[in-house]
Design a protein around this ligand. Structure first.
Ligand SMILES: *[C@@H]1O[C@H](CO)[C@@H](O)[C@H](O)[C@H]1NC(C)=O
Ligand SMILES: *[C@@H]1O[C@H](CO)[C@@H](O)[C@H](O)[C@H]1NC(C)=O
Ligand SMILES: *[C@@H]1O[C@H](CO)[C@@H](O)[C@H](O)[C@H]1NC(C)=O
Ligand SMILES: *[C@@H]1O[C@H](CO)[C@@H](O)[C@H](O)[C@H]1NC(C)=O
Ligand SMILES: *[C@@H]1O[C@H](CO)[C@@H](O)[C@H](O)[C@H]1NC(C)=O
Length: 187
């Protein structure tokens, strides 16, 4: 093979490995795990949780009959498809979505149980996801949540997402939250 042909071949291999999600490809990827290098990726973005207005991105889907009397709204459950953006402005470039569920799970302290996926839609992370499972006591300055996995570039990822409220409108219930994510995954 000529040099150019070799380069083109290698490029197509990389592309195929990147997008091939069939069971054989996954098995191959798994078998070769010990030869792969671990790497650390840091991500920074803003999460826009809008429950008010005509176009909410998070909606309440359930609550207990006691939720409205609870100071922590214990038992309320929301489903979200919240945009993740580069900057805090509402019109900032969207790099992905946070899709999943949060539920008020603290009887005494305001805390959310979070189960969601970051679904990335731009750049080299386009089509990759990270799965988050965590406790989010929203009145704390920093909340740490576990990254328990992912797919695409982030297969078998593990790491930490740190949340800090950037803006909160208590009347509307809307929030913009700054996230720093650090994640271990494979090259
Ligand atoms: C296994 O992964 C390493 C590092 O990514 C790569 O150099 C090697 O070619 C892979 N082997 C196979 C059989 O795919
Ligand atoms: C909530 O529902 C339970 C079970 O049906 C009932 O026993 C309880 O009285 C209800 N509480 C209120 C505040 O309605
Ligand atoms: C976002 O909105 C601000 C204020 O409304 C405006 O100044 C800015 O140009 C907008 N940015 C983009 C990328 O649309
Ligand atoms: C992300 O990937 C999808 C599906 O492959 C593609 O349609 C889209 O144009 C990509 N978006 C960006 C911003 O690269
Ligand atoms: C907070 O939300 C309320 C209700 O939607 C709205 O009237 C008010 O202008 C908002 N405040 C800020 C600072 O955005």
């Amino acid at each position: 093979m000529g040099k150019l042909a070799t380069i083109l071949f290698l490029c197509s291999m990389v592309i195929v490995q990147g997008i091939d999600e069939g069971p054989k490809a996954v098995e191959h990827w798994f078998k070769n795990l010990s030869q792969k290098k671990e790497k650390v990726t840091k991500l920074h973005f803003f999460f826009h949780d809008t429950i008010s207005g005509k176009n909410p991105t998070a909606i309440q889907v359930a609550q207990a009959n006691t939720t409205s009397q609870s100071p922590t709204l214990f038992g309320s459950v929301f489903v979200m498809d919240d945009p993740l953006t580069v900057g805090p402005e509402p019109n900032s470039t969207i790099i992905g979505r946070a899709q999943g569920i949060y539920a008020s799970s603290g009887l005494e302290e305001f805390g959310l149980h979070m189960t969601l996926n970051y679904v990335f839609t731009s750049g080299k992370f386009n089509g990759s996801t990270l799965s988050i499972l965590g406790w989010n006591p929203i009145l704390h300055t920093y909340r740490e949540m576990a990254i328990v996995g992912g797919f695409g570039i982030f297969r078998l990822a593990r790491g930490i997402a740190t949340a800090k409220t950037y803006w909160f409108n208590a009347t509307a219930g809307d929030a913009i939250v700054e996230y720093h994510v650090i994640v271990h995954h494979y090259e």
